[in-house]
Unconditional design. Structure first.
Length: 255
């Protein structure tokens, strides 16, 4: 009986794990690092269309720095691009100062119609990990690690919050949410996305998503006190979502 249950579980989750290994098959994401003077590093995200059809996609290049005091600083650059078959282009470039005590995570994500199709990641402790950083991608290594740990999306996404807002109030909500998210130390295993869409008349609607599932949704009021209150409620809702997710995983392991 136990053998049958294990077989059913493996059969159920195998397609999910297989999906987590299909990144960079059509559009390959790459992060290039170039050491400058005075411990400055230039980070460049590139995309290469290795498929046989043109690809229209959006990308996000994120740099998350954690200081020795535990404080986090996140910088995102994003945009849209069309690549013809066999075409390779630079997406975005940023220059950061590397401090030996800082841990820096660099993440490049490429989406086609909200489906993650390309990714690359670098983790640096000061400058000491830059020696052969451009010689090979670490995608394969952390794919295996994340599948072992039950993270089927194949991306090291712990604590990641992606912004897709269109107005200043939307951006303000994202900042309030992200500040609360970090201060509460939630560190969810899946990417959280703050998405703003235009609604009726001149209003907009914010959706907070985890694993592409809507956790909470509301119409935007530009007052700062409203946005701060909704940020707190949204962090609470996201935290409950991750708690339920962990509880379900534990139940699956027991059975």
């Amino acid at each position: 009986m136990n053998h049958l249950i294990c077989t059913l579980i493996v059969t159920f989750f195998l397609p999910v794990i297989s999906m987590g290994q299909t990144y960079n098959k059509e559009v390959e994401a790459k992060i290039k690092l170039d050491i400058q003077e005075d411990k400055m590093v230039t980070i460049t995200g590139t995309a290469y269309n290795i498929g046989e059809t043109s690809k229209s996609f959006k990308y996000i290049l994120s740099v998350i720095k954690t200081g020795a005091n535990g404080n986090n600083n996140k910088n995102d650059q994003k945009g849209r691009l069309v690549l013809q078959p066999g075409e390779k282009k630079e997406l975005s470039t940023m220059t950061v100062n590397m401090v030996e005590e800082d841990k820096t995570i660099i993440l490049l994500l490429i989406y086609e119609e909200n489906q993650l199709i390309g990714k690359d990641r670098r983790v640096l402790q000061g400058l000491k990990d830059l020696g052969d950083a451009n010689s090979a991608s670490d995608n394969s290594s952390f794919d295996k690690k994340d599948v072992r740990n039950g993270n089927a999306d194949g991306v090291f996404s712990k604590g990641m919050v992606i912004e897709d807002t269109k107005t200043k109030p939307g951006n303000d909500f994202y900042r309030y949410f992200y500040s609360n998210y970090l201060s509460n130390g939630i560190g969810g295993e899946k990417i959280v996305k703050i998405k703003e869409d235009f609604a009726l008349a001149s209003t907009t609607r914010i959706s907070v998503l985890a694993e592409n599932n809507v956790v909470i949704q509301f119409y935007v009021n530009p007052r700062s006190d409203f946005l701060k209150e909704m940020a707190q409620k949204s962090v609470y809702a996201v935290n409950n979502y991750f708690l339920r997710l962990r509880k379900n995983k534990e139940q699956i392991k027991r059975y």
